[in-house]
Design a protein around this ligand. Structure first.
Ligand code: NAD
Ligand code: UDP
Length: 349
């Protein structure tokens, strides 16, 4: 029987790539999204790429009764939801500092509403989008899953709080399972160039900024600091291909389906660090597009370097990142160059 899954935030950047991998693996995902940071066009493209129709409900995860209605409707249709893959959240670090209540309400309140709806309907498995940001300033590198949590902004606190809630939720019943996938820095796009990251306004993250400079939407990259104790003075992160990340979710669903119970936090990263300038230069080399840059002061709150120990993901999920930085750049550029205005590119035609 095809396994029915609920995917909150499935129209977003990581959600859309994961949908495609779930469909490929034979799952039947139902998307629940309020489109606060996405649009319906992405789902048409996932349908086009997969050849499958996708059920979509427009709604907010803070609306518990809408979730209960959805779960009940699936049960009555003989396609009960077996597990939830939970992406829906606000994710901009700077905005979370300015609007903390919105972040706690959406990310923590939204997850509580989702868990209550799941409890009402007897759904016991959840994969959660966590982040390496829960670890804060590294006491040692690579980060292992037992590294203490010390988030430095409200966004990071919401992720740490939800992980604690999930631990307690699992502790309260031994039939429950939750996997918190702690993403490092997902970049790139599906190799078709049909889906990718489409930030609204000025990108906060490095990679979409690089691609927007290369496509001519921005003059130059601002490099935030070249005086860190790193290979070339610029910040180092563990970038991973969004398709590898998406596959990690399919494996996490399978891990829970095979009987593993309780809470598990798992790093998803490559285990390798790349500096800002290394990423920009690799992008220039493989795409042939110049990425002019200027050095600016450090960005407040940034750490010098971060990378994952991904051995738990390999041991428990059988997951490893297979795509390298060059592939991330090539695929990310294909998406950006074919869709210079993201999903708006088609809407305008
Ligand atoms: P995204 O903004 O592209 O996707 C999030 C989706 O959730 C969007 O489609 C948005 O409309 C939806 N959404 C937000 N609040 C909602 C609500 N209350 N109800 C229903 N839908 C709602 O973000 P993304 O980059 O795909 O990130 C997905 C998840 O991964 C988030 O939880 C994010 O915090 C986490 N994460 C992302 C990164 C990253 O670098 N992109 C890194 C670590 C963790
Ligand atoms: N960065 C940069 N210019 C930008 C955006 C980011 O130099 O326009 C740097 C940032 O200081 C960090 C790295 O790129 O060293 C990755 O930043 P990003 O925001 O993508 O990820 P995070 O810091 O959240 O891991």
């Amino acid at each position: 029987m095809t396994k029915s899954l609920l995917v909150t935030g499935g129209a977003g950047y990581i959600g859309s790539h994961t949908l495609l991998e779930l469909l490929k693996a034979g799952y039947k995902p139902v998307v629940f999204d309020n489109f606060s940071n996405s649009c319906a066009e992405v789902l048409s493209r996932v349908e086009e790429l997969s050849g499958c129709a996708i059920d979509v409900i427009e709604g907010d995860i803070r609306d518990k009764s809408a979730l209960v209605r959805l779960f009940e409707a699936r049960r009555l249709a003989n396609e009960p939801v077996e597990a939830v893959v939970h992406f829906a959240a606000l994710k901009a670090v700077g905005e979370s500092v300015e609007k903390p209540t919105e972040y706690y309400d959406n990310n923590v309140g939204g997850t509580l509403s989702l868990l209550k709806a799941m409890d009402t309907c007897g759904i016991r498995k959840l994969v959660f989008s966590s982040s390496a940001t829960v670890y804060g300033e590294p006491l040692r590198l690579p980060y292992t899953e037992d590294h203490p949590f010390a988030p430095t902004n409200p966004y990071g606190h919401t992720k740490a709080m939800v992980e604690q809630i999930l631990k307690d939720w699992c502790h309260a019943s031994d039939e429950r399972s939750a996997v918190a996938l702690r993403y490092f820095n997902p970049i790139g796009a599906h190799p078709s160039g049909r889906i990718g990251e489409a930030p609204q306004g000025r990108p906060n993250n490095l990679f979409p900024f690089i691609t927007q400079v290369a496509v001519g939407k921005r003059d130059k990259l601002s490099v935030f600091g070249d005086d860190y104790e790193t290979v070339d003075g610029t910040g180092v992160r563990d970038y991973l291909h969004v398709v590898d990340l998406a596959i990690g979710h399919v494996l996490a669903v399978a891990y829970m389906a095979s009987g593993n119970r309780g809470f598990q936090g798992i790093n998803l990263g490559t285990g390798r660090g790349t500096s800002v300038l290394e990423l920009a230069r690799t992008f220039e080399r493989v795409t042939g597009r110049p990425v002019p840059y200027e050095i600016l002061p450090r960005r407040p709150g940034d750490i010098a370097q971060a990378w994952a120990d991904p051995t738990v993901a390999a041991a428990l999920l059988g997951w490893r990142a297979n795509r390298d930085i060059e592939e991330m750049c090539i695929d990310g550029w294909r998406w950006q160059s074919q869709n210079p205005d993201g999903y708006q590119s088609v809407v305008k035609k």
